[in-house]
Design a protein around this ligand. Sequence first.
Ligand code: 2AM
Ligand code: CA
Length: 266
Amino acid sequence: MARSAILNVMVQAAMKAGRSLARDFGEVQNLQVSLKGPGDYVSQADRKAEDIIFAELSKARPGYGFLMEERGAVEGEDSQHRWIVDPLDGTTNFLHGIPVFSISIALERQGQIVAAVIYNPAMDELYTSERGGGAFLNDRRLRVSGRAKLSDAVIGCGVPHLGRGHHGNFLLELRNVMGEVAGVRRLGSAALDLAYVAAGRMDGFWETALSPWDVAAGILLVREAGGFVSDGKGGQDMLDGGSIVAGNETIHRSLLKTLKKPVTPR
Ligand code: 2AM
Ligand code: CA
């Protein structure tokens, strides 16, 4: 599988930051047992990973702008290009020693996502995609699942927590979905949820109240693996609107419909 120069830059940045996160993750597992706990340590790990990615990408393409979880928006001279980066998606998992977290890097050109990398350093799984070039896990080409019925489908979701999201609304959505599917999963990293949909591991995924850096890379991966992605209303405002629904063509359509069904007691 030949990668373009720009995708190589993104992969190198993700792997370098991934090595840093993996070292810190090993330490977090020790800190679990200490009294102080890993809280501050994890935010440092997060910032370190972001600094590495910022340095690598700035060196390779000095003019490009950034939208990063910690730094926020950084204007570049080149208004056509922007990196959208989450240096640690799945922070709560990382903090608890659960090896389900990722680095997410997307490149936007003229408002369109053209390249994407999601890397889970704990499992050494590297997801890459370029617009028009397909999606890959390490060197294997990805395809969304072929399951057509919700009753056969495993659906990922995000669960709102303390201080975040509409808890009541989520419960209504979950009630609709869990009555129709084979299983519901909650990984805790939206970027990995989307990568898993691209890989056909999960048949669909929905979540609300997300940020652009959680989903930018995953959107391209799912599409390049033959899947469909929309916001919760079926529109295309996933980056700024915060809600997302993904799946193969059939599951995406059914999931959108099921999420919006008026709830009937049963
Ligand atoms: P994070 O680990 O980078 O915070 C889990 O449901 C998903 O929601 C993860 O991708 C997580 O990203 C994201 N998330 C958690 N808290 C969030 C918040 N307050 N605002 C936006 N996204 C959040
Ligand atoms: Ca995130």
